[in-house]
Design a protein around this ligand. Structure first.
Ligand code: FES
Ligand SMILES: [Fe+2]
Length: 421
């Protein structure tokens, strides 16, 4: 990849081509439970700009610039009362619709007119799947919400959590697309008691064959990836990942039961919100995601706050490695291992310095799709990976073992789940 394309793909600040394109998609802003009616506003940084999410008295959610439109005091300090956010500096009040509705520091007779004239940056929100989503694009009417299966689930069947990594968004996304690393980086976890509970029989398949064949199939919303491994003499084992570009990767797992979807949402050029959303389409979730990560932060909005960094090499334990642990990042879930290698590349990796192999085919293709999309958007304003005919709810990843004369494309996740009942 040349430097110019690397810049084009990674820079997401205001006015950048990729930033402008990515703003046109609905993105997770915060967990629903992080904002209570009349409670503290929640600071959210997205695409290099600062905002607050807040829930007003009647339960509706607002999302506005963090800097008060008057003289830029933080609205995170604001009073949240009577269906609006009131700045503590001079008392100006803002509604969920993003209107200034009171400016009590102005003369009474001009107040109403003055308030109406105050420009406020605010963006539409949508709550689903325990997440507050926001649309930051330029269209007067937001695009159709991608109502993935997990966005329809009740609270006991879904648990969204957010990690924060000190890297560019594409490094985050690429780790979520990379099936080739699982049997290496995560091998200790795959072999652990918890790993065997989560991955079940997958653990052995993943550990037995480190060089699967990666097959790629483009879809209207992105692509599917089949990572095909040999399982004994006459069977194959495929992990079929669904990728809904530009943000979402549905992690392959057994057709039935709990599963995970991840996404990589730009906070700024060198910081990314890495969401891990555990859910079970059919039953209450049978594990706690924070416990499974081994986090000690107790913070579902930044679960990896305890991960260390370059100064302590992400708490890598050489003695544990000598004793057989692959990565030396012990006592933690896979996310911590992913985050360590992602951050270790530096905040914004120069992809012209890479040397790609066969195992990177999917990464390469994903980059091509994103490059084509951003160039098309720049030239025509037309958005890729979306459209009225996409069945967002039908997207589901799976893993499956089958006779070697069959093809993973013949199987369908929902049918496999039904067969597993
Ligand atoms: S800075 Fe907010 S009201 Fe003056
Ligand atoms: Fe990983």
């Amino acid at each position: 990849m040349n430097r110019a394309d690397n810049e084009l793909l990674t820079r997401i600040g205001p006015g950048s081509p990729m930033g402008e394109m990515l703003r046109e998609y609905w993105v997770p802003a915060c967990r629903s439970v992080s904002i209570e009616a009349d409670g503290a506003p929640f600071r959210v940084r997205l695409f290099g700009e600062n905002f607050v999410a807040f829930r007003v008295t009647d339960g509706r959610v607002g999302f506005m610039q963090e800097a008060c439109p008057h003289r830029c005091a933080s609205m995170a300090l604001a009073r949240n009362e009577q269906n609006g956010l009131r700045c503590i500096f001079h008392g100006w009040k803002f509604s969920v619709e993003g209107k200034c509705v009171d400016a009590p520091s102005e003369p009474v007779d001009q107040r109403e007119k003055f308030a109406e004239s105050v420009p406020v940056r605010s963006h539409p929100t949508h709550e689903a799947g325990g997440i507050v989503w926001v649309y930051m694009g330029k269209q007067a009417t937001p695009p159709r919400f991608p109502d993935y299966e997990f966005t329809h689930l009740p609270p006991n069947q879904i648990q969204p959590t957010r990690g924060i990594i000190r890297t560019n968004w594409l490094q985050g996304l690429e780790a979520l697309l990379d099936s080739a690393h699982v049997g290496f980086l995560h091998s200790a976890n795959l072999d652990s008691a918890l790993g065997r509970k989560v991955f079940k029989e997958e653990s052995d398949f993943l550990l037995n064959d480190g060089a699967p064949v990666f097959e790629f199939e483009e879809t209207p919303y992105g692509f599917r990836e089949g990572a095909v491994r040999q399982e004994g003499a006459d069977r194959l084992y495929a992990r079929v990942r669904e990728v809904s570009l530009p943000f979402f990767s549905f992690i392959p797992s057994a057709p039935k039961g709990s599963r995970m979807v991840c996404c990589s949402i730009p906070i700024d050029d060198v910081t990314t919100a890495q969401w891990y959303i555990a859910f079970d389409p059919d039953a209450p979730l049978d594990f706690d995601i924070l416990t499974s990560f081994g986090t000690t932060s107790g913070n579902a909005d930044h679960f990896n706050a305890d991960m260390g960094g370059v100064a302590d090499l992400w708490q890598q334990d050489r003695a544990a490695m000598a004793a057989g642990h692959w990565s030396g990042i012990t006592g933690r879930g896979n996310a911590y291992e992913d985050f360590a290698v992602q951050e270790s590349m530096g905040p914004l990796v120069d992809r012209s310095q890479e040397y790609l192999g066969t195992c990177d085919r999917v990464i390469y293709r994903a980059r091509q799709l994103l490059l084509e999309a951003v160039k098309k958007f720049e030239a025509t304003g037309e958005l890729s990976f979306t459209g009225d005919d996409i069945d967002w709810q039908g997207i589901r990843s799976f893993s499956h073992a089958y006779p070697r004369d069959r093809d993973w494309r013949e199987f369908e996740a929902h049918a496999l789940a039904e067969a597993a009942e």
